[in-house]
Structures are given as C-alpha cells and as structure tokens.
Ligand binder design. Structure first.
Ligand SMILES: Cc1cc2nc3c(=O)[nH]c(=O)nc-3n(C[C@H](O)[C@H](O)[C@H](O)COP(=O)(O)OP(=O)(O)OC[C@H]3O[C@@H](n4cnc5c(N)ncnc54)[C@H](O)[C@@H]3O)c2cc1C
Length: 371
C-alpha cells in the first residue's frame, strides 16, 4: 500500500513493535493507548532467540541488549533439584546472545522511544468506541469525542481486546487455565548464566533480568481463580514454594515484601478463523494469548508486527495484506499456544507428563525458522 493512514489500538509490546516495523517500511502509524499513565507492571520478561532476531530486524538490537541481559542456555531441573539438561538456544544474530531477560519497563522504554523516532504518535487515555468500515477505510470514533478515518486499523489491545469484541462479537473469551504465576525479584545469583526451569506439578525457576537482577517464579494450581489482596502475598508465594528444592527454598525465605510480589492468573485464547475483517486486523494477545511456560507470548506479538508491516508494504489493499500475513503467522502461533498449554496441563495433572527439555528444544526449532 502507498502511504496508508494507519491506526494502532493499544501501545503495548505488539503495538509498539508494529509501529517500529512500519517505520522501517516508510509507513507511519498513530497509536492510541487506553491507560492514561501507560503503566507497565513490574518484573521482567524472557525473550528468546527469535526476539533477538526481531530486534535486529527492527534496527533496535543494541538499545535492547543494553537494557537487558543476554544468556545462551535453558537449564531444566527435576523437582528434586537435580539438573536434567542444559538446552542450548540457537544464536540467530551472530555475535550476539541467543536470549535476553529484560525488565518490562525497560522493554517498553526502548520500544516507545524507537516507535516515536519512527514517526509514530501516541495518544494516551484514549479508546476506540466504534469502527465503521465502508470497504475503502475505517471511520473510528474515539472515547474523547473525536473521530478519524484510516485506511488500516490494527487492534493490538491485548488479551481482553475490545477491538476483537467489536469485530467478532461471537469470538471466545479468554479461558483461565487453573494455574497462576507468582514472581519476585532478587539480586542475581553469581554464576546464573541461563534461564533455569524446574519440572513438576509446581513449576518454578530463575530468570536473569539484568547484570545484578533476577526473578524467581512459581506456577501453582489456583482453583476457582481467586483474587488476592496485596497484604499476605509474600506469605502466599512462600507457601507455594513449601516443597521446593533447597536452593529455591533458601531464596523463598527471602520473599517478605508483599508489594514486591506480582501474581497473575494464567489465561489463554486462540482465535480460530480469520484474524481480520475488512480493513481491520488483530494481532498479539488479542488473537493468540499463550501461557508463559515457553516464554513466547511477547515474541509472537513482536513477530506479528514485523510480518504485518512487510505484507502491508507488499500488497495493494489491506485485506490482501492481512490474508497473506495470517497465513505466515498461524502455524507458529498455534504451536506456541498448544505447546505452552501442554506444559501447563501436565503440571495440573490433566494430561500425562511433558518432557520439558524436549518441549524447549521443539520450541527453539520452531522459532528459529524464518518468519
Ligand atoms: C504472567 C505472564 C508472564 C509472561 N511472561 C512472558 C515471557 O517471559 N516472555 C514472553 O515473550 N511473553 C510473556 N508473557 C506474554 C506477554 O506479556 C504477552 O504475550 C504480550 O504482552 C502481548 O503483547 P500485546 O501487545 O498483544 O498485548 P499487551 O502487551 O497486553 O498490550 C496491550 C496494550 O493495549 C492497551 N489496551 C487494552 N485495551 C485497549 C483499548 N480498548 N484501547 C486502547 N488501548 C488498549 C493496554 O493498556 C496495553 O498497553 C507473559 C504473560 C503473562 C500473563
């Protein structure tokens, strides 16, 4: 498309990466973000070989690496604490680390800075309240009473996407898995040079996040999807780690600050059928939200943005570009959602054991493929 006007709804990981990718193709986007404060909740994120490659393609690899910490392996442990495997990660950008751990705020800062440099505008505290597609473009009504007309609209508004609801009111809603994840930051252990994951019904692990920072996570069954008050969160997280091997138990004793605990129920969604209608497309968690067991949700959203920008630059119309884009993305996104859920379900005892080393190897094989 030549110089289309583009609106991105949601300035999260996927929306910002898409704006940067469009900028690389000479296309400019307007973003709207519902959250007036543009807050990012604490703790960090695991990003693997494909995201390092994606950041290279977006032209922001050095800023990104400077904001996080690289590592080249995933270590798998038995529930007893015995190490079972050291899985090497493919290095998709020669001379750079395979994987990165990065704080969510640091990631957002890099993406937001570079999206603005790519010409994107970001309006905070604004939602789209109606989309009217006349076949040639979309009239968008905004929550501040204003409106605009765009050739292309991209819904990157996450798991509870209102764009998805407007486009496909019959689409399924996110499903709670039965599991939640608890996370807590610690000074990085000397010698921690890998993401370390413990198998078993209570999954747990350590993630390097910076030169001096790591986080401990634990996934636990949470029947009925309870909501927790802040007070008591540290004790609740410690209780989930009661049977942890000695190394993790020693760390768990240091979980004392309720405000430092980040708890999230784990939900998923995969939209069967088209991820687009007319001149509007949905990407990232809005159409394929995974559990974090393989650390790939954000990676899929970022890749979506890169491929979508390529297809929009290549095709004459948005519907053609969207169809080509989804065809390139669906197999990989479905694989990540299914393989991640398989680990979750096995931890919950709803299916047989999953060999986590094999799952990690399979994931690396899939995500190393060209986009
Ligand atoms: C506990 C947990 C741990 C995770 N760990 C990892 C990990 O280690 N590695 C990894 O790759 N992925 C991980 N993920 C997944 C990852 O966070 C998501 O896949 C990723 O954030 C999806 O990006 P997105 O842009 O689609 O959505 P989001 O990042 O959620 O962004 C959506 C944005 O849209 C905004 N918005 C929402 N509604 C509207 C609206 N109506 N109008 C305007 N704006 C709106 C939101 O405020 C937000 O800024 C994890 C997820 C969870 C829950």
């Amino acid at each position: 498309m030549r110089n289309p006007s583009i609106l991105i709804i949601g300035a999260g990981i996927g929306g910002l990466a898409t704006a940067i990718a469009l900028g690389r193709k000479g296309l400019r986007a307007d973003l709207i973000e519902r959250d007036p404060e543009w807050t990012v909740y604490g703790v960090g994120i695991i990003q693997q070989s494909n995201v390092v490659r994606a950041m290279h393609e977006l032209g922001i690899l050095q800023d990104y690496l400077d904001a996080g910490v690289g590592f080249d392996f995933v270590d798998i442990f038995a529930p007893s604490g015995q190490q079972l495997a050291r899985v090497p990660s493919p290095k998709l950008v020669p001379g750079h680390p395979a994987n990165v751990g990065i704080g969510r705020r640091a990631l957002q800062k890099v993406l937001a800075t570079r999206a603005r440099e790519a010409g994107a505008t970001v309006r905070l505290g604004i939602e789209a309240t109606a989309l009217e597609d006349d076949g040639k473009g979309v009239t968008v009504r905004f929550s501040d009473g204003s409106s605009g007309h765009y050739d292309v609209v991209i819904g990157a508004d996450g798991l509870y996407s209102t764009t998805r609801r407007m486009l496909f009111p019959e689409a399924p809603v996110p499903e709670f898995t039965g599991q939640g994840v608890w996370r807590y930051n610690f000074p990085r252990e000397p010698g921690l040079d890998a993401l370390q994951a413990y198998e078993g019904p209570i999954g747990m692990g350590l993630v390097p996040l910076g030169k001096d920072l790591m986080y401990l996570y634990v996934t636990s069954p949470e029947p009925g999807n309870p909501r927790y008050e802040r007070e008591g969160l540290a004790a609740a997280m410690r209780s989930r780690l009661a049977a942890a091997p000695s190394r993790i138990a020693a760390l768990a004793a240091g979980i004392t600050d309720d405000a430092g605990v980040v708890y999230k129920p784990l939900e998923w969604l995969f939209l069967e059928g088209p991820w687009h209608k007319g001149n509007v497309a949905l990407l990232g968690d809005a159409v394929h939200a995974t559990t974090p067991h393989l650390g790939q949700g954000a990676g899929m959203a970022i890749e979506d943005g890169i491929v979508l920008a390529e297809e929009l630059a290549r095709h004459a119309t948005a519907p053609e570009a969207f169809a080509a884009w989804q065809a390139r993305r669906i197999e990989r996104c479905r694989y990540i959602v299914d393989a991640s859920r398989a680990i979750c379900e096995s931890q919950l005892g709803r299916r047989g054991p999953v060999d986590q080393s094999a799952a990690v190897r399979g994931m690396f094989e899939m995500i190393a493929r060209p986009l």
